[in-house]
Design a protein around this ligand. Structure first.
Ligand SMILES: Cc1ncc(C[n+]2csc(CCOP(=O)(O)OP(=O)(O)O)c2C)c(N)n1
Ligand SMILES: [Mg+2]
Length: 621
């Protein structure tokens, strides 16, 4: 490739483009201009599809995208994180709060800046949440030899570290000529805004190409609205599902994240209420229903015993917008009825077909309304679940009660926070005991939201995701981030971003001196799960500009939460918690790789018990 971008653009641009009026811009400038013109539309509501960009610059992008954002990005606010992985997590939080109708862009420099985004890409794609990633790449012209931070592959000369994004992305392209944007960007937008395909969308940009110019057709930058269509269910699929539901004696609904992305909460409430079918929720689906007679809480490993007992006996399970992870199905051990059948409502056909379900490949809201209509007044035989729900609630209350002489229990911490939650608030968790405990005992206050990232369960997601949610929600009441001490130590530095950008968070750190959820899994069989040194988290948070306070009791925590709500500052509240204390078990099995040979008798015993429990796994197809 010898011709410069300038020559290429002039010599090879199709005549018709020039006739239509051309705008001479660099690749990066054209990209920035294009992003500002993109919109999404659902149910008549139009909004910006890419309303902002995050970035950390280096030689790979500072005079490409960096220059372009300054020159062309009047309507593309720029946000500066402290770590590239974190900025992707922030974009994920933003997409979640936008119900997938808007995404943020992230630009990183060549090499480590870009590879730092890989974990974020995987988190986005696993959670089916859209983010637009713009890693910088090597020189396309290769004149200068290996550029600083280039990986030289011995055989595949066109490979760069950015190829590692391919398996983590729902769309990948590498822009090696300025005019490739004309096809790459519309294709990228389609994937970002398609509910069935949403995830990380990656466009790698060669360092030299970012600055190369081309005569872009003016029409490329015109305002464009992408309809996010509610896919209607096929009549034949509704008919097949209706037949299964009508035959059911003990149906159960599993509500996943798809309910929330499709804004199907009211449709679900009508459906479950009118038909009399209990509803259990996955981590992503938490908050699909606010407390009502049909809600039986979380399902699976982190769920409630009530939901899991209903699942055990259910003869028909209606899965709505869920990817049916092992935590949801108890590693395929949860559904035990001999002739259990599944109906899978999902925009993604692969999910709709899981467990040999009768698939309804459609938007959750459309499908629930169509099914309710087609069922025409049918109601489930049903039993009274109120007693079981009350018993579980009482057991849980006993379980989280304070124990004399002990530190706070993590259940008591969450309950104390829960009591303060108001409409508009968010609570965020991703790793350690926190996401599971939230699914199990958190009551979603009307009008409030949860973001339990338990698809990739990525330590370090929480604080930046909170920033993304705050960015989307503006001055919504409170964004409460709940993390362990291990997670805090892995990446607290976006607290600096929170302070600097005025993106207020209230961060609760549960200090139990270690990776205690993992220690519980290991049962003493593995090293490295306890922390030896005491860290002054309060001082650490203060050093980054936050307000910070220690809360040793529930009363101190309540006071600290009230102060945080009343103030404008990002506040870190550190709660020393009892290291070995976990919440009441849901009774569900979770499959683990266990050692078939071990010198320790206790480990052998655990393995034996595990293998026995594994016998409950069922093959549903
Ligand atoms: C990036 C990342 N690394 C490792 C893990 C595996 N892991 C899951 S929970 C956990 C411990 C988390 O410790 P902490 O935040 O203190 O929570 P606790 O287990 O004490 O509740 C680890 C290491 C993970 N989920 N994410
Ligand atoms: Mg911990």
């Amino acid at each position: 490739m010898t011709a410069s971008g300038r020559d290429r653009g002039r010599a090879e641009g199709p005549d018709e483009l020039r006739r239509a009026g051309a705008v001479r811009l660099t690749t990066a400038q054209a990209l920035v201009r294009f992003l500002q013109a993109q919109h999404s539309e659902r149910d008549g509501h139009v909004q910006r599809a890419i309303p902002a960009i995050w970035g950390i610059f280096g030689h790979g992008n500072v005079l490409g995208l960096g220059q372009a954002i300054r020159q062309e990005g009047a309507d593309l606010p720029f946000h500066q994180p402290r770590n590239e992985q974190a900025m992707v997590h922030a974009a994920i939080g933003y997409a979640k709060a936008s119900r997938r109708l808007a995404a943020l862009a992230c630009t990183a420099s060549i090499g480590p800046g870009s590879t730092n985004m890989l974990t974020g890409a995987a988190t986005a794609t696993t959670n089916r949440l859209p983010v637009l990633l713009l890693p910088s790449d090597t020189f396309a012209n290769r004149r200068q030899g290996p550029v600083l931070q280039q990986l030289e592959h011995g055989v595949e000369r066109d490979v760069s570290v950015n190829d590692a994004f391919r398996p983590l992305s729902r769309f990948f392209d590498r822009v090696a000529r300025p005019e490739q944007l004309l096809t790459a960007l519309p294709a990228a937008m389609r994937v970002l805004l398609d509910p069935a395909e949403a995830g990380a969308v990656t466009i790698a940009l060669h360092q030299d190409v970012q600055g190369e110019a081309f005569d872009y057709p003016a029409s490329f930058f015109e305002r464009r609205v992408w309809p996010v269509t509610r896919r209607a269910p096929a009549r034949s699929e509704i008919a097949a599902a209706v037949e299964l539901i009508r035959a059911a004696r003990r149906p159960l609904i599993v509500a996943g994240g798809g309910v929330r992305y499709s804004e199907a909460e009211d449709a679900l409430r009508r459906f479950a209420g009118e038909l009399g079918i209990p509803v259990a929720e996955t981590s992503a689906g938490k908050g699909s229903l606010v407390a009502c007679d049909w809600l039986v809480g979380g399902i699976g490993v982190n769920g409630t015993r009530v939901a899991n007992e209903l699942a055990r006996d259910a003869d028909l399970v209606l899965c709505v917008g869920t990817r049916l992870s092992d935590f949801t199905t108890g590693s395929h051990s949860l559904f035990q009825a001999r002739a259990v059948r599944f109906v899978g409502i999902n925009v993604d056909a692969a999910d709709a077909h899981k467990l040999s379900a009768a698939p309804v490949v459609a938007d959750a809201r459309e499908a629930l309304d169509a099914l309710r209509e087609a069922l025409n007044g049918w109601t489930a035989p049903g039993g009274n679940i109120g007693g079981a729900v009350a018993r579980w609630a009482a057991d849980l209350a006993d379980d989280v009660a304070p124990i004399e002489g002990q530190r706070l229990g993590q259940g008591e911490v969450l309950r104390t926070i829960n009591a303060t939650v108001k409409a508009g608030d968010w609570v965020v968790a991703a790793a350690g005991w926190q996401p599971g405990d939230l699914l199990k005992l958190w009551t979603v206050a009307p009008g409030s939201f949860t973001h339990i990232e338990f698809a990739f369960s990525c330590m370090g997601h929480e604080i930046p995701a909170g920033l993304g949610i705050r960015l989307r929600e503006g001055r919504a009441p409170e964004v409460i981030v709940v993390i362990g001490d291990g997670t805090y130590l892995m990446g607290p530095t976006e607290l600096v971003t929170a302070v600097e950008e005025g993106l207020k968070l209230t961060v609760i750190v549960l200090d139990n001196a270690g990776y205690r959820s993992i220690a519980r899994l290991a049962g003493g069989a593995a090293p490295g799960n306890a922390f030896e040194s005491a860290v002054d988290y309060v001082a650490n948070a203060r050093s980054m500009g936050c307000a910070a306070v220690l809360a040793r009791t529930a009363d101190e925590l309540s006071d600290a939460l009230a102060d945080a709500r009343a103030g404008e500052e990002t506040t870190v509240i550190v709660c020393p918690t009892e290291p070995g204390r976990s919440l009441l078990s849901s009774g569900a099995f979770w499959d683990l790789g266990v050692p078939e040979v071990a010198s320790d008798e206790r480990v052998r015993q655990r393995t034996a018990e595990h293998l026995e429990a594994r016998a409950a796994q069922r093959y549903h197809g």
